[in-house]
Write a new protein. Structure first.
Length: 546
């Protein structure tokens, strides 16, 4: 064979070997990435922890996703470096420290030395895990090839070593040259984190802002009383047996100072909460913000059903168990399939939890809600219907066939339909709400755009709650609805008050019944309620609460 014939063969062989080394380098790189993804590096400071891993993207980007938004840092280096991701969490013991007052939120920020030490340790561990993954993957590829081509073992060993070295040197070199503080090209924050950056004071002392909002809402309550006396005098003059505060979708915000003011101003006998107390299905969210203490401080029964944000799996009942420890909480479905019948001053209530959970994806949402309503219906079959049935999802509420008045939340927007009351969000959906809806009216939109004090204010659903009054004949007298905005920023406005005659919700008034404060609170299994026909059933398991 001549020289001219051998040159193309040599070039082709070199290209082939180069391609093999390149493919093996890619395999080694993906092996290193997989190792850090499967066994992320755990780094921590005094109050925070993070699980760090390498991503397969060569985008020189560090991402720190959190439940309230993401921090994204992009670097401008000479070589594209593998991306990094860090799942940041507040350590569990911080919850108790915050609640006990031994720790302030300002104390959570780590100093530079502590942060640098955690970062350096994490980088070293990520490097060796990446190297171990790359080497292990290369060895597996080498073994597989050597078995199939034993006479090429020497060439395979050389190619595998070159590939692993290339993957490690390329990734490590690019990372060391790129991930430097003087090469930060862009820093971005999303969702709530972005909001806090542009308005750093928005989260300061939410309890104080709730107290300020209580002054504003007191004026709304006074206005509603004047409206009711002027335009619904026939209803207002009837003797009342019970007054209920209807709330829903609090979503993690401790606005109980405001709720205390509403209860005191309006002589509320009990609160009815239609669910979504928290955001991410973790009961400790309420611990962190002191919500359970806030509920206890209300001093009246707090009747509760679970929403889809109040659990993190189909069988999770952690929030229900935690709520059961609050002395004034009454659970309508304490555990799956066990239902309570509650009477407040003679007004009877029952209800059922949402079967969905946080971040659930379902192909048959309607079927799930129908099944939940049917399960509840089977439990009260043959019993006298309660006056009110409470659940979270409107789809399920509309499939309750007992003839009772239903109360639901979930939509963050108040709505009314004959025998159905949909409660808005007491906190506008909470701080983690996506704030997608515009103000309700054109005037509100213009005010938000023109007023320099409110420009840039969160544009979400209004804060909303209802007050339901029941007469001594156990009939609904009135439903008063309140909505307003901007409580978080300390500048509440855009108020709306409406009073609805109870007959529009309950055309058929109960007959032969008497309700009144002397009857107090009783709680017992739904099965202990009176059977159809109105005679008293076995009430041996009913508890009377003074």
């Amino acid at each position: 064979m001549g020289i001219r014939e051998r040159i193309p063969t040599t070039v082709a062989l070199g290209l082939r070997r180069g391609l093999v080394v390149g493919l093996l380098a890619l395999v080694a790189f993906l092996g290193g990435v997989s190792a850090t993804q499967l066994w992320p590096v755990h780094a921590q400071t005094r109050y925070f922890s993070a699980d760090v891993a390498v991503t397969p993207r060569l985008d020189s980007t560090v991402e720190l996703p959190t439940v309230v938004g993401d921090v994204i840092i992009t670097f401008d280096g000479p070589l594209p470096a593998p991306g990094l991701t860090a799942q940041v969490q507040v350590r569990d013991e911080v919850t108790d420290l915050l609640r006990s007052g031994r720790l302030r939120s300002a104390d959570l920020q780590p100093d530079r030395a502590e942060l640098r030490a955690a970062m350096d340790g994490a980088v070293r561990e990520v490097a060796w895990k990446f190297a171990a993954g790359a080497l292990g993957t290369s060895l597996l590829a080498l073994l597989a090839y050597a078995v199939s081509r034993p006479h090429h073992a020497r060439q395979v060993v050389v190619a595998s070593g070159l590939a692993t070295g290339l993957a490690l040197a390329g990734s490590g070199g690019a990372a060391s040259l790129t991930y430097r503080t003087d090469r930060v090209a862009e820093y971005r924050a999303t969702s709530l984190l972005s909001l806090v950056q542009t308005n750093a004071s928005i989260l300061d002392d939410l309890d104080r802002k709730a107290d300020q909002g209580a002054i504003y809402v007191t004026n709304l309550l006074a206005l509603s009383d004047a409206v009711r006396e002027e335009f619904t005098s026939a209803v207002a003059q009837q003797p009342e047996a019970a007054r209920f505060l209807l709330v829903s979708d609090i979503h993690g915000m401790n606005q109980y100072p405001l709720m205390r003011q509403v209860i005191a101003s309006e002589d509320i006998d009990a609160v009815i909460d239609a669910g979504d107390l928290i955001n991410f299905g973790q009961a400790r969210e309420g611990e962190l913000t002191g919500m359970y203490d806030g509920i206890e401080s209300l001093g009246v029964p707090y009747i509760f059903v679970r929403g889809n944000h109040d659990a993190f799996s189909a069988t999770d009942e952690g929030l229900l168990r935690r709520m059961a420890r609050v002395p004034n909480v009454v659970l309508l479905e304490p555990t799956a399939g066990q239902f309570n019948r509650v009477e407040v001053n003679g007004v009877s209530l029952s209800g059922f939890n949402d079967v969905r959970w946080y971040n659930q994806r379902s192909e048959d949402y309607g079927g799930e809600q129908v099944s939940a309503a049917e399960r509840f219906g089977a439990a009260q079959d043959g019993l006298e219907p309660t006056d009110l049935v409470v659940t979270h999802q409107p789809y399920a509420a509309h499939r309750v066939t007992t003839g009772a008045i239903t109360v639901n939340g979930h939509m963050h927007v108040p709505a009314l339909e004959r025998e159905h009351v949909q409660v808005g969000s007491f906190t506008g959906g909470g701080l983690v709400n996506q704030f997608q809806l515009p103000p309700l009216t054109e005037e509100a939109r213009e005010a938000a755009a023109e007023d320099p004090e409110t420009r840039g204010e969160l544009e979400g659903n209004p804060y909303a709650f209802d007050i339901l009054t029941v007469g001594q004949d156990c009939s609904l007298l009135s439903l008063t609805r309140f909505s307003y905005r901007n409580l978080v920023s300390g500048r509440p406005q855009y108020d709306d008050v409406s009073v609805l005659n109870g007959r529009t919700l309950q055309p058929d008034v109960p007959e032969g019944r008497t309700c009144g404060p002397e009857l107090g609170l009783t709680v017992g299994p739904l099965s202990s309620g009176p059977p159809l026909g109105g005679t008293t059933g076995d009430d041996s398991s009913v508890t009377t609460v003074p």
